[in-house]
Design a protein around this ligand. Structure first.
Ligand code: ADP
Ligand code: MG
Length: 351
């Protein structure tokens, strides 16, 4: 439901499709020389001369990927763009263009769609990405958003999942598990609210995990940092489904095993205290919680010196031979086999 009562409601039918597209795209400025033609023709024109072109798409469906009872549309727009930027970062690339396609039911007035686009525009401005097109349709029920991102990577530094070698060091950016704790908190407060709408949600002190869930960032800064320090990762992936699932993707693709150290996995203090409240092991949140959008990558041992002092990234283990398996060494020294639970499965288990 679109609940912002302070602003007026303009039916989309008043504008028509072209009026809506014009209205939604008017505040977007082009900031990349690679964008030769943006919105307004039959196709956009992009020139990433000399570099590899990266393309990735994501579809978000109301009720499946987001819940508008606690997700402000501006955050939804921001996040829809960010998750795509993150996919490009995960190839050691930089996003430069997006197309955005939406399907809307008549429940959404113009003001709601504009709020969504304001979030998309904020993300575009922050990451210097150009909106170059999209498609607009009506839907029988609910909101659908599909974002396609186009980015570039140098052909010598583009990074796949399959390049990890034995003894490579495993690094992760930022901290893990916070977005999942933010989601649990929002779900809990939603239930409290549904039971008694008089009760105000208790969200104070939890700003960090809420922001991690509602307004995540893409780690293009880490891509730039690695370039600055002349380190080319041997493999890389972004963490959308939890550390366990993502490191297993790298191990699978690279045909290797791994050894992660529980004590090294970076988890924020707010995540730890929230996890305690929910009686969840913070390590489990880091391993199986989703939507952190941090980068997980491997580097050659000889590159360690170049980046060991960077605060943005943390070494958490190393790559082994495949037959050693994928293991977590827990704080008490026991080996635990990593399994890809993924956060959806994890959520179901908890219910
Ligand atoms: P076509 O009839 O060729 O599909 P449209 O009328 O759908 O063209 O779109 C006109 C222009 O507006 C195109 O450049 C298209 O990429 C862009 N566009 C359409 N919908 C959106 C949207 N939701 N967000 C951004 N750009 C859009
Ligand atoms: Mg169209």
């Amino acid at each position: 439901m679109y609940k912002n009562k302070n602003i007026k409601r303009t039916e989309l039918s008043e504008l028509g499709e072209f009026g809506l597209i014009k209205r939604l795209t008017k505040d977007f400025k082009i900031s990349n020389p690679s964008t030769l033609k943006g919105v307004g023709d039959d196709a956009s024109v992009i020139s990433h001369e000399g570099d590899e072109i990266l393309v990735s798409t994501d579809l978000l469906v109301e009720g499946i990927h987001f819940d508008l009872t606690y997700t402000p549309l501006i955050h939804l727009g921001y996040k829809a763009a960010i998750v795509n930027f993150s996919d490009i970062a995960a190839m050691n690339g930089i996003p430069e263009q997006i197309t955005v396609s939406i399907a809307l039911s008549n429940r959404f007035p113009l003001e709601a769609v504009e709020e969504l686009y304001e979030g998309i525009n904020l993300a575009c401005k922050k990451y210097k990405v150009d909106l170059v097109g999209g498609d607009t349709s009506s839907s029988v029920s609910g909101l659908f958003i599909s974002v396609t991102v186009i980015g570039r990577a140098n052909k010598d530094t583009i990074t796949y999942r399959n390049g990890a070698n034995v003894n490579d060091l495993i690094f992760v950016s930022g901290d893990l598990g916070a977005a999942y704790m933010g989601l649990l908190l929002l779900e809990r407060e939603k239930q409290v609210f549904q039971a008694d709408p008089e009760i105000q949600p208790e969200l104070k002190g939890y700003e960090y995990i809420l922001e991690r869930q509602l307004k995540p960032e893409a780690r293009t800064s880490v891509v730039k940092l690695l370039k600055e320090h002349q380190v080319i990762p041997t493999s890389m992936i972004d963490i959308s489904d939890g550390l366990a699932s993502e490191i297993l993707h790298i191990c699978d693709a690279s045909e290797k095993g791994c050894c992660l150290y529980e004590e090294k996995i970076p988890v924020d203090a707010t995540t730890v205290s929230m996890a305690e409240e929910f009686k969840i092991d913070p390590t489990t949140a880091a391993l199986n919680g989703g939507e952190d959008y941090e980068l997980l990558f491997t580097i050659k041992q000889q590159d360690f010196e170049k980046i060991k002092d960077l605060a943005e990234i943390t070494p958490i283990g190393h790559i082994t031979e495949a037959d050693a398996g994928a293991n977590l060494i827990s704080r008490d020294g026991t080996f635990v086999q990593l399994i890809a639970q993924g956060w959806e499965a994890f959520k179901k288990n908890k219910e």
